[in-house]
Design a protein around this ligand. Structure first.
Ligand code: SAM
Length: 399
């Protein structure tokens, strides 16, 4: 197993075994042909990079049927408005040009459009890219990479902000990505991106962040080390509560901007947690195994006591939990979700039926596994009648 960035041999510390595609919701007729790959996780000592080994090609994941729309979450719409305001306060000027990588249905970039900022999104999943086009957003319906970035002549060395959220960890070829950023960014430009944070995952034992699309889980140590090789500095970082704990990273060309004092403290925290050492990852492996044992026992206890159990939110993350813990239809009757592309299909690997939220309301279980535990507040508020009537929410994430 080699590091996708340094090319050095990496330390493989965990295997989740055979996994189906996290978003591979399927019809019954396709059960026999379902695609599986080996989900293994490793750590590169050279650049502190946490990564998965064998992952399906990006085109297999991000295509015309990508089932994730940012605008489905009111909370995320608000978050992106705040993210925009933060950029406006710190880095945006009226003449700025901006590029968003992974602009999805346009939720974030729409804020720039409304502010009359010259913008361009890169979005390879055609269904969501078309959705954003209808909102009047300028979007290139393709992957962000060096080749596609070099076609964007007007933005070459003139882009003041390149921004992204929850996409950089999906891009296997980080070296090519950074070369693309280098080509577009102006002299004092910044690259700002947010990703689920490795430190939060280790603390919460939220191993469901690990699946095919998440090729990497970043830390400050890894981001600083990778970008340094290309002549960039990590100049700031701001912890976020989104997606169960994320980090916003700010990158600039080396020595063009001052490094924010809080960065030093955040990096020291990572070192104190041992995130630069392999032992921390071996501990994580043990934590995951114990979490699996306890979660399975919890579900079995409910089942043995005659409780009806269902799932809520067929998020990509649920695929890792269900397949790693071996929880199938023998425990969970159905998973309720609001995405029309998923309803009527079956969950990847475990083949649990996906039903509408309406079905959940009409067939209330006793216990509901909340797979989108990171949207707990929003969902519990929306489904407060379930709790009022004695329904119980559970999740494998306890912290
Ligand atoms: N940024 C949005 C958000 O945070 O809600 C969407 C995140 S979604 C998890 C990831 C998005 O990145 C998808 O819409 C996907 O199609 C897109 N994507 C994946 N690889 C990409 C690449 N190389 N360049 C640009 N977008 C990419």
């Amino acid at each position: 197993m080699k590091c996708k960035v340094s090319g050095k041999k990496i330390f493989k510390f965990m295997s989740f075994g055979k996994m189906p595609m996290a978003n591979g919701f399927l019809d019954e007729k396709n059960f026999k042909n379902e695609f599986f790959y080996n989900l293994e996780v490793g750590f590169c000592k050279e650049n502190y990079l946490f990564q998965i080994n064998d992952h399906p090609k990006s085109q297999k994941i991000f295509n015309n049927k990508y089932p994730f729309y940012t605008s489905k979450s009111r909370y995320m719409i608000k978050h992106f408005k705040n993210y925009f305001n933060w950029l406006k306060k710190n880095y945006l000027t009226t003449n700025s040009r901006i590029v968003e990588i992974g602009s999805n249905d346009g939720t974030f970039i729409n804020n720039f459009k409304n502010f009359n900022i010259e913008h361009c999104g890169f979005e390879p999943s055609k269904n969501v890219a078309n959705f954003s086009k209808k909102r009047g957003i300028k979007v290139i319906p393709d992957f962000f990479n060096l080749k596609n970035a070099s076609n964007l002549k007007k933005f070459k060395y003139k882009t003041d902000i390149i921004c992204a959220a929850n996409v950089i960890s999906h891009i296997p070829n980080l070296n090519d990505l950074i070369k693309g950023i280098d080509l577009l960014l102006s002299k004092k430009g910044v690259f700002v991106f947010e990703e689920p944070y490795l430190g939060s995952m280790l603390k919460k034992i939220s191993y469901d962040q690990i699946y095919d699309a998440h090729v990497y889980m970043f830390s400050l140590l890894s981001v600083r080390s990778i970008f340094k090789k290309f002549g960039f500095d990590l100049i700031d970082a701001v912890p976020q509560i989104t997606h169960g704990g994320s980090m916003r990273y700010v990158i600039s060309r080396t020595k063009t901007r001052t490094v924010k004092p809080r960065l030093k403290k955040l990096i020291q925290k990572e070192i104190n947690m041992g995130m630069n050492k392999i032992d921390r990852y071996l501990k994580f492996k043990k934590d995951c195994e114990l979490s699996r044992k306890n979660f399975k026992k919890e579900i079995e206890n409910y089942k043995n006591n005659g409780k009806k159990i269902c799932g809520y939110a067929a998020a990509a993350k649920s695929t890792t939990v269900l397949n790693y813990c071996g929880i199938g239809r023998n425990y969970i009757d159905f998973i309720a979700d609001s995405t029309k592309e998923k309803i009527g299909k079956y969950s990847p690997g475990m083949h649990i039926p996906i039903v509408s939220i309406d079905h959940f309301h009409k067939n209330r279980p006793d216990v509901t596994v909340l797979f989108s535990w990171n949207h707990k507040r929003e969902i519990l508020e929306k489904e407060k009648n379930f709790s009022k009537n004695g329904g119980k929410w559970i999740s494998h994430v306890k912290k």
